[in-house]
Ligand binder design. Structure first.
Ligand code: TYC
Length: 113
């Protein structure tokens, strides 16, 4: 049964003329993710950084130590990937905790491409 022309105007995936499928993909874009990074400095004690990684990122001691060493050697490392809201919270928690303990530790976030 053919649909009348008035109905056709509303059908973006109509294939009744050629038999070729021209369906348009429904756009359901996933929200972007954000990398949370720790930056190296010369003053924050290694044990403090390990503690921060355990406390705020749920890493075990070995994982935390390994990431701390990567930051120490390379200058920075991604410590986790989160939604915008969670990433913002992690950054704020780390920055506040470091400030309260008078360490210059820096934590930042960046959109994952
Ligand atoms: N470089 C610091 C030191 O030698 C340790 C350190 C590691 C500091 C990681 C910050 O994000 C950091 N005490």
């Amino acid at each position: 049964m053919r649909l009348d022309p008035i109905m056709m105007a509303d059908r973006s995936d109509d294939d009744s003329d050629t038999g070729l499928l021209t369906k348009t993909k429904p756009k359901t874009k996933r929200p972007p993710l954000y990398k949370v990074m720790l930056l190296n400095d010369d003053f924050t004690p290694m044990e403090f950084v390990v503690h921060v990684l355990e406390r705020f990122f749920g890493l075990n001691h070995a994982q935390a130590f390994e990431i701390m060493l990567t930051v120490h050697k390379k200058g920075l490392a991604v410590v986790g990937v989160f939604s915008h809201e969670i990433a913002e919270t992690k950054v704020a928690q780390v920055m506040d905790y470091a400030r309260r303990h008078q360490h210059p530790l820096q934590c930042t976030m960046e959109k994952e491409e």
